[in-house]
Design a protein. Sequence first.
Length: 310
Amino acid sequence: MAFFCRVTPNPQWAFCRRSFHLSRAVFAEGKTVEQIVLPEKKVRYEEPYDHEPLPYLNRPLGVRNRPTTTRKTMKEKMAEYMDYDKVIEDRMHLFGEQSAFLCRVKEATKGYFHDLNRTRRHGGKTWIAPTSLIRTEQALYLPDIEGKSLTGQVKHTTDMCVGRITILAMITTKISEIHTAGFSQVSQDRFSSNPLFQYLQINLQENLLKSILVNLFVSSLRSTTPKHLHHAYLVSSQNMEYEREPMSMTNSKVGYVYLIDEDLKIRWAGCADATPEEVTALETCTGILLQRLEQRKDKQFTPDAPAEHV
């Protein structure tokens, strides 16, 4: 609807006609209504890769060396500082591959909101969990992670996971806690009564300030965590810079779930929001590992049959 204003012949007030007339058709002199081009409606912004399917996890996760709880001595650290190959490895980790003109910085150029911005694409999910177990000969080891449980004891994942089937949940934020619960709740309800199964949560806070805040509110964590899980909830500030890429923990805002066998090897993994297929796959793979471990235990404790006398 157009709003008209009485305009005086004085040219100084000629701008009132354009200022108070809200219809653009009045000013399209010599054009019909069909020839008037109106501005296009704004379209909701969508990320360019939102509609592309996510790939399946295509490699084993973990480290090649078997983890240990012993820490390096000062002498061993000094030997690494003097080792040329180790220095080159650390330099490649920090700066990436060196080109002819410049050295592409890998960690220093990562913005503060980099991980948060990546959650716009598929909710931060970067790969889909496999539908079956990773083969034993191809699986890699879970690195040792040290943390303090809600019971006040300092523990290591190497000691806690050996000899048992473990669903390990890596938590960094509240949304990551929701992610891990979506993966593991069904498996917990089914296998929690099995003595060879455990659900282990690690609240990883590599940032010093966040780590201090989490330790200040440990009492709140005790109240929100079931009491029977206090011994298996670790608060850790360990630096995982060198283990993030091998474990594919590339986004600090989402949750990661790993299925660990009795030999400390990662046999299955999932990230971010769980799909129904991934929940079913984790439950199935956990049941298979528990069944194999139970059969192995039975063979160890079953006495050999006596030899027949001829």
